[in-house]
Design a protein around this ligand. Structure first.
Ligand SMILES: Cc1cc2nc3c(=O)[nH]c(=O)nc-3n(C[C@H](O)[C@H](O)[C@H](O)COP(=O)(O)OP(=O)(O)OC[C@H]3O[C@@H](n4cnc5c(N)ncnc54)[C@H](O)[C@@H]3O)c2cc1C
Length: 446
């Protein structure tokens, strides 16, 4: 058994400047790589031991990919870097006055601190939605969603109550951003090509998939053209889209929308908003709308040696008054750029402001259709956009093994319509679901 008083961060003392990075996501990972062999000691803290490729998380949730195809362990990723130290631990607090970070198992002094903690699901203070809905931000959450989907079909096959069956076969996705669209499209493809074969006793004309969006269009961050195309593709797949509709409450059985309309469902997937994953110790005046205000070199406003990159950073510029979009490219580019500026700072050279190069946005709808907004006001749809989506995602996936798995999996699926991972490894049962807990316990008794 581990004892807290016997744990320590165990980071070697150094005469080099120590760069401490909190979070090894798109931003943190690129910063670590770009600081390789640059005369600094790098310490990476992340509460999970892998870098996740979140654009493909919906594939894990919809039984399209195994989790290890979209994640790369840090220890493997950086095994060629010297004086690099990874610790799997959450950072609880920073103290800019003493240049210290505090973790569960000890404190560490830094010369440069980079906060790259990304974002977390935003339930807008609604504890009931937080308790009963299924967020989709991490791999364990995606596995919960996968188990829930498959359990719903299993339970629908055995219930004798028609109303219960309908509620088990009804899926509501809140948020018509890329994640919501991709989830709904995937589920609709499964309904068409996979599930009737798996569950011949179920009538899948009863299965309903809703996408609910508070704003007036599908894919709000993308162009009007992309939104309209995505909406059409989803509707072709039989997805019911409700725009200008806000979820007001969800008790695990019924979603209630503002205005009073209700839908009975056992599954509400929550993709309706994110907020910055803040850490205690950041001055209140450096935080706006849940993100950390940074200057054009990503330095936290009001602090000297503390920087923030990626989703958590709010760089207010004339061109981006609401900050950069919360997608992978700003995080990647800021990570690479900040590494250059840290080297300049170490040499007392002038720093250079960050400039975002917008490479465009993509979203996939179902097995072979996608939409793309590319630089130069170019909008693509259908199979060409799907090919671009495939190429971009394979390109940015970390590790040859993952690239190979994902590519072969998609080609296989394109021709066979199959999804290989319809396995309930860890059944999902809510903590307060007494009947569910009892069934699970009795089922697992040897
Ligand atoms: C489901 C989903 C789909 C997406 N699809 C797309 C897409 O198609 N295209 C696109 O461009 N973007 C997409 N995004 C957004 C994109 O993934 C983010 O913009 C990007 O990950 C931001 O990078 P980051 O480095 O800021 O944070 P992240 O990549 O989220 O990394 C943050 C890291 O910090 C760690 N961490 C957080 N708090 C702490 C703490 N206190 N202590 C220690 N570690 C901590 C986390 O474990 C995590 O590893 C998607 C996001 C999600 C969730």
């Amino acid at each position: 058994m581990l004892q807290f008083d016997k744990l320590s961060l165990n980071i070697p003392d150094t005469t080099k400047p120590r760069v401490v990075i909190i979070g090894g996501g798109f931003g943190g990972m690129n910063l670590v790589k770009s600081l390789k062999d640059r005369g600094v000691q790098i310490v990476l803290f992340d509460k999970q031991n892998y870098n996740g490729f979140w654009p493909l998380l919906y594939q894990v949730a919809t039984a399209g990919l195994e989790a290890d195809a979209i994640a790369e362990p840090f220890r493997k990723m950086f095994d060629d870097q010297t004086d690099f130290h990874y610790r799997m631990v959450r950072v609880n607090k920073i103290d800019p006055a003493t240049n210290t970070v505090t973790t569960l198992i000890g404190d560490l002094h830094y010369d440069y601190l980079i906060i790259a903690t990304g974002s977390k699901s935003n339930f807008f203070g609604n504890e009931q939605i937080q308790k009963y809905s299924f967020p989709l931000k991490t791999i364990p959450e995606a596995l919960n969603v996968r188990s829930q989907f498959l359990q719903c079909f299993e339970q629908a096959s055995v219930t004798t109550d028609p109303a219960e069956r309908q509620s088990l076969l009804t899926f509501v996705v809140a948020g018509a951003g890329p994640t919501g669209v991709e989830m709904a499209g995937s589920l609709a493809e499964m309904r068409k090509h996979v599930l009737p074969n798996d569950y011949p006793g179920l009538d899948f004309s009863q299965m309903q998939i809703y996408v609910v969006e508070g704003l007036g269009k599908v894919l709000p961050p993308m162009s009007e053209e992309a939104g309209q195309k995505a909406q059409r593709y989803l509707e072709d797949l039989g997805v019911i889209i409700k725009l200008n509709t806000l979820v007001e409450s969800y008790d695990g059985e019924t979603v209630t929308f503002k205005g009073g309309e209700q839908i009975r469902t056992q599954t509400l997937v929550w993709g309706a908003g994110v907020t910055g994953a803040l850490i205690e110790g950041i001055p209140a005046e450096s935080i706006e709308k849940g993100r950390i205000l940074v200057d054009p070199i990503n330095r936290v406003q009001g602090l000297t040696d503390v920087f923030a990159i990626g989703d958590i950073a709010f760089m207010k510029l004339e061109k981006y008054p609401k900050g950069h979009p919360g997608v992978a490219q700003p995080a990647i580019q800021q990570g690479v750029h900040l590494a250059k500026n840290i080297r300049r700072l170490m040499k007392n050279e002038p720093t250079e402001p960050f400039e975002y190069f917008d490479k465009g946005s993509l979203a996939i709808v179902g097995r072979s259709r996608a939409v793309a907004d590319l630089p130069g006001n170019i909008h693509l749809g259908g199979f060409i956009a799907w090919m671009s989506w495939l190429f971009v995602h394979i390109w940015y996936l970390v590790g040859f093994r993952s690239k190979l798995i994902v590519f072969s999996n998609w080609i296989y699926r394109l021709f066979t319509y199959q999804r290989g991972t319809r396995i309930i490894i860890r059944p999902f049962v809510r903590k307060d679901d007494k009947v569910g807990q009892e069934i699970l316990m009795k089922n697992e008794m040897s």
